[in-house]
Every structure is written in C-alpha cells, then in structure tokens.
Design a protein around this ligand. Structure first.
Ligand code: ADP
Ligand code: MG
Length: 354
C-alpha cells in the first residue's frame, strides 16, 4: 500500500489517498464532491521528492506538564522514505513528542500532520498510515501471541497468515500459542515490533525499539527496519543506542530538555561541530621520535600513544602528512584505520549540561 496527497482539479483541496501501486481508483473530493480517477504510481516512483514528499510535519509543538515544558516549541519534518532518528537523554521529551504525533495526549499548541492530515481534526485518518511501537509495549496477558496479533490484524486489515509469518520472523515461533503473560520483556518487545509492522503501514513510529532486547533481537529489529525502508516505509525511531542509529538513520534530530537542539545528517552535524576523524596508526615499534614528529604536523589536534599504536585527531586532508611524518621519523606502519566522528560525540556535545 502507498499513500499520496492529491489535489482536486476544481477546488484545489488536498486530500490523501491510499492504495496499491499501479492501481486506479475513483476519488470524490471531500470539499466540492468532484469525482475523478487517480492512478497510483509504480512502487519505484514512490520516493521521488515532490511537494508532497513529507510524511510527518511537526510545527511549534508545545506540551506542558504542571506548568513545566516537556516539549518546548519543537518543529521538524520527516521526508517520505527516510529513517529519522530522534535522540535525547532520558526525560528529554521524546515519548511526549511521539504521543503528541499520534494524538494520544492533549498538547498546548502546535500543528502535527501525518501524510498531510492534521491529526487534530483527522486523527483517525492520520493514524491509518502509522504502525506504532510504544515505549511500554502492552498486550492482553491472558491471550496468546497469535490471538493478540490477530486482534490487531482485524484493525489493520491483515490476515492470520500475516500474523503467523511475522511471529516467525521475530523469532517467536515456539511461543505462538503461549499466553503473552508468560513472555519475557524482550519477547513482548519482539511481538510489539511484529504488531507495528502488521499491515505494512507507510509510516512506522518506533519509541526505543531496542528496549529490553538481547543483542540478537537488536540485530533482528535493525535488519527489519532496513527491510522496511527498502520497501519505501518512512521510519521515525527514538533511541538511546547511538551506534545503532548512526548505522541506519538518514537524518537525526537531537532533543534536550524539550528543545530540538539539532537536526541534520550525522556527518552534517559533525561538520557543524567541527569534529574531526580519528586515525589509529599501528606501528612495528613505537618511538618517542615518531610521536614528536606527528605532533609537529600542522593540522594535527591531538596525538595519543597507546602501546604500539598512536591515535591522531586531525583534518582529513592532513592524513597523508601524518603518514609521511611517521615514516620520516623511522616508524614502520603495519596498519592504519580512520574512524569518523561518532554520533555519540555529536550527541554529547549537543546535550552538554551548561
Ligand atoms: N504524564 C506525565 N505527567 C507529568 N510529567 C510527565 C508526564 N509524562 C512525561 N512527563 C515529564 O516530561 C518530561 C519528558 O518525558 P518523556 O517525553 O517521557 O522523555 P523521554 O521519552 O525523552 O525520556 C520528563 O520530565 C517527564 O518527567
Ligand atoms: Mg521515552
């Protein structure tokens, strides 16, 4: 299923339609009742950036609890087909923002649109596009995994077979007929992911999907997220596991104390902070001459000796000069790796306690 925003040729009213790629439907304009045909584009055209390329729009969102601003005037857009990472320390306002995006809590002010639908007057329509994994996943404890999923399958117009396939994909085949009340936290989380994906909604909103999972579960979910992106799904993911996010996200937003302090690609944020890559050079034999020689190179910020290796933080264009300095000082290089600035460094800088 794909969703498209279409404009009425008579009154220009914009409405969102969902259907299968390559299929034709008849639409009636909700405003002026004009009827017309609409042909859904083939799947590969789905990701082209047009004016209706935004999946989630949040504008000036404010939410206070007892007078304190948990979310303080946040605005961002998530493009269709991208993975947007929403990061912030505990209590930063991630879950509150997500709940507001889904119309689950009242907000003080701000506008939120999901696939062009304002969630205030059209919450039901907007939610049709979304598969949601809440921070605290809850199921009916006295129903089995399959019975629980089947309950949601009716809402999402999916089949029992889809439920079984997803339960298997999330590694719960042995527990398909076990009551969810007997599940571990990680198993409930896996079932929660299966529920979010059920019905192949065009937008996935995942609040800390790695919570309570073992490393195998983390990899499983990361691979599933990649697979969903390849199918054209828009994914909004909040997480504190920064290395996970760095690998899969197209863009990230960093929230601190309710304020969105940064949003860009990870490399864009690194550039803004002037974070430099770290080069690790492994030598056959370490010598003080080598360290002194590297320290003298213009553009080198920091040199650290660790056993037979040295870590050098410098401009990317200084790398060749560093190698030359090592060799000139008699160092014999065995291995060399470059590590780009990590999201963790970016995150720490943007959320520094001032
Ligand atoms: N229902 C609530 N009542 C009062 N305060 C709340 C409520 N929900 C969240 N908060 C407060 O709002 C802030 C943001 O919380 P939350 O959005 O859950 O953060 P995060 O998901 O980033 O960890 C925190 O200070 C939290 O204590
Ligand atoms: Mg949270």
């Amino acid at each position: 299923m794909i969703s498209k925003v279409v404009k009425c040729p008579k009154c220009s009213y914009k409405t969102t339609v969902i259907g299968e790629s390559g299929k034709k439907i008849i639409i009636t304009c909700p405003k002026c009742n004009t009827k017309g045909n609409y042909l859904f584009p083939e799947e590969h055209q789905q990701l082209t950036k047009t004016s209706d390329s935004i999946a989630i729009e949040v504008n000036g969102l404010i939410k206070t609890f007892n007078g304190l601003r948990a979310v303080d005037n946040i605005s961002f857009n998530v493009e269709k087909g991208e993975i947007f990472g929403f990061l912030g320390p505990n209590g930063a306002g991630k879950t509150t923002t997500i709940k507001a995006m889904l119309g689950l809590i009242h907000t003080n002010s701000g506008e939120i649109k999901i696939n062009g639908y304002d969630i205030k007057p059209s919450g039901k329509d907007a939610k049709k596009f979304v598969g949601y994994l809440p921070e605290r996943v809850a199921f009916y404890d006295n129903l089995t995994a399959l019975q629980n999923l089947h309950f949601y399958a009716e809402i999402k117009k999916s089949s029992k077979e889809d439920c079984i396939t997803l339960i298997e994909e999330f590694g719960l085949s042995d527990s398909v007929n076990k009551k969810v009340g007997t599940f571990s936290k990680g198993m409930v989380q896996r079932l929660g992911m299966a529920r979010a994906i059920l019905g192949s909604s065009p937008i996935l909103i995942l609040d800390e999907p790695s919570g309570g999972l073992d490393p195998r579960g983390v990899v499983l979910i990361r691979n599933k997220i990649r697979e969903m992106k390849n199918k054209g799904t828009t994914i909004f993911i909040s997480s504190h596991i920064l290395s996970e996010i760095q690998e899969i996200c197209d863009r990230v937003g960093i929230i601190n104390k309710g304020v969105l302090v940064a949003q860009d690609t990870v490399s864009g944020l690194s550039k803004k902070l002037n974070l430099k890559p770290k080069i690790t050079v492994e030598l056959e034999k370490m010598s003080d001459d080598v360290v002194a020689s590297v320290k003298k190179v213009k553009g080198v910020d920091k040199v650290e000796k660790i056993g037979k290796s040295i870590d050098v933080i410098c401009d990317p264009k200084t790398k060749a000069k560093v190698i030359l300095a090592i060799e000139t000082a008699g160092g014999n290089i065995i291995n060399l790796y470059t590590r780009e600035p990590s999201l963790e460094e970016v995150f720490m800088r943007f959320t520094e306690v001032k």
